[in-house]
Design a protein around this ligand. Structure first.
Ligand code: FRU
Length: 490
């Protein structure tokens, strides 16, 4: 039996168009974040700039708001802010002479341009096949219509250092060679397996390029290894048993000859609940830009009742600040979303004070606090508040423990955890918070991207008041800028 790829992709596209007309309830839809037209979305895939346009693919089940047969959804953009949905790029389908390959799903992977064609490298997943995960290729000239390679799978078995969990190929070019990392595990340790190729079809296994130090997960999903200024950085999403945890970045030196990444300092990329499987690209301006799945396995997802689930974070540029510290900066282009600017300067807060000028749900807020000249031990904001304050999302700055705390205990439907990130105020005792609020999300950038905390929140649409508060003394607020952010979706 042969299931034709084109037929399966067309079937998905027809279904998506029909469903989209039916979906009436938009209460949880986001204003300026990428999300599926209908159905389910997880990992970003194939994030690339091709013929000047940014392409973002993603793990997609068009047929339900739950994970299922994985397709690759597809969207493109000129500026990473305004997106256009495109037809599904990959659908699970293939039965080859030598057995099944991706009948159960086209799992995560990446994209690269070669000879004016766009190549997608993805994991074919089949529960009928042994091993069940193999690496495959599809290509396109127009960047829209993809044909699966006849030679699939291009890697038909995991190597001796890996296991049946063998997925999420991330490919890049370096010194006229193609390299790839694939996530795997063995002996209870997550691993990034390293491959080399001169043509993207034939791959030589070079060894384990990096692995868990014993505390970084027993399976690595979605590894991404890339040059970052003088060094290289490795990103991965660790699993501990069946449980997924927060993505990690490790900085180090990459030795391509020895196929080894020397693992130096590491940190969490995001301290929130809803950040997983991030992927980066390098663009024509030379920026390393990352986008992540703004959701998490086994979360509560109230939008399921409206037949969709999952979204992407705003794109962040990975770079170093003037003090040589690694930061994640919301990309400059996001400023084009801004309208209705409000500014407030130089005032103190003691107790709780509502600031009506700051109200909103699709909003960017940028605030500088002067901790050195204040005596409050805990201060911060209450966002998305209902009139009676029974619903609110709290951001607290605990100056004693030097922690930023996002408290979702009363944030509405959805997950209700407490999420903490460490911070250090700068040498003058100042702290900057930059917040991106959307209908059902909150991304907090601490000190211009030194730390990030990302969460989905599902408050009532009418809960959009904002308070500033200070406990045990006053807090000096140096400056507040607030913008409403326009919608990029019709
Ligand atoms: C990460 C992940 C990947 C896999 C994909 C399946 O979230 O588990 O390892 O390829 O999702 O949808």
């Amino acid at each position: 039996m042969t299931k034709n790829h084109r037929e399966q992709a067309m079937k998905a596209n027809v279904y998506i168009n029909q469903q989209q007309e039916k979906v009436k309830n938009t209460k949880y839809r986001l204003n300026y974040h990428m999300m599926p037209p209908v159905g389910w979305m997880n990992d970003p895939n194939g994030f690339v700039q091709y013929n000047g346009e940014y392409h973002l693919f993603y793990q997609h089940n068009p047929y339900a708001a739950q994970w299922g047969p994985m397709h690759w959804g597809h969207a493109k953009s000129r500026d990473l802010v305004n997106w256009e949905h495109l037809p599904v790029a990959l659908a699970p389908s293939e039965y080859y002479d030598n057995g099944t390959i991706d009948d159960h799903g086209c799992f995560s992977g990446s994209a690269i341009e070669k000879d004016s064609e766009l190549y997608l490298l993805y994991t074919g997943h089949s529960i009928e096949r042994n091993p069940m995960q193999v690496q495959c290729i599809a290509k396109s000239r127009d960047g829209i219509d993809f044909i699966k390679e006849n030679q699939n799978p291009v890697i038909d078995h995991f190597p001796k250092d890996g296991s049946k969990d063998f997925r999420d190929p991330k490919v890049w070019e370096y010194d006229n060679q193609y390299y790839m990392v694939v996530g795997s595990n063995k002996d209870g340790k997550g691993k990034a397996l390293f491959y080399q190729s001169s043509n993207l079809i034939e791959w030589e296994y070079r060894g384990v390029v990096a692995e868990s130090n014993g505390k970084q997960g027993d399976m690595w999903e979605c590894p991404d290894l890339f040059p970052l200024e003088e060094e290289h950085a490795l990103i991965f999403s660790p699993m501990y048993g069946e449980k997924n945890e927060k993505p990690i970045i490790i900085f180090g030196e990459m030795d391509y000859k020895k196929a080894k990444f020397s693992q130096g300092k590491s940190m969490l990329l995001d301290y929130g609940h809803d950040f997983y499987a991030p992927q980066t690209l390098i663009d024509e301006k030379g920026r390393r830009i990352m986008i992540g799945w703004m959701d998490m396995w086994f979360s509560k997802r109230p939008s399921e009742e409206d037949d969709w689930a999952g979204a992407m974070t705003i794109p962040r540029e990975l770079t170093y600040n003037q003090n040589g510290k690694f930061v994640q900066k919301p990309i400059e282009e996001l400023k084009t979303l801004r309208k209705n600017h409000h500014q407030m300067e130089g005032f103190d807060i003691d107790g709780v004070q509502r600031l009506p000028d700051l109200d909103g749900s699709a909003t960017e807020l940028c605030i500088d606090f002067d901790i050195a000249n204040s005596d409050s031990s805990v201060f911060g904001l209450q966002l998305r508040c209902s009139k009676d304050r029974s619903e609110k999302t709290m951001i607290k700055v605990d100056t004693i423990n030097e922690e930023i705390i996002v408290d979702l205990t009363s944030a509405g439907k959805g997950e209700s955890g407490i999420h903490k990130a460490p911070y250090r105020s700068n040498t003058n005792g100042k702290l900057n918070l930059r917040l991106f609020l959307d209908t059902t999300s909150l991304e907090v950038f601490v000190n211009h991207g030194e730390q990030v905390i990302t969460n989905r929140i599902y408050p009532h649409a009418s809960s959009n008041e904002v308070d500033l508060f200070a406990e045990g003394g006053k807090i000096k607020v140096l400056n507040v800028d607030k913008w409403s952010l326009r919608s990029v979706w019709k």
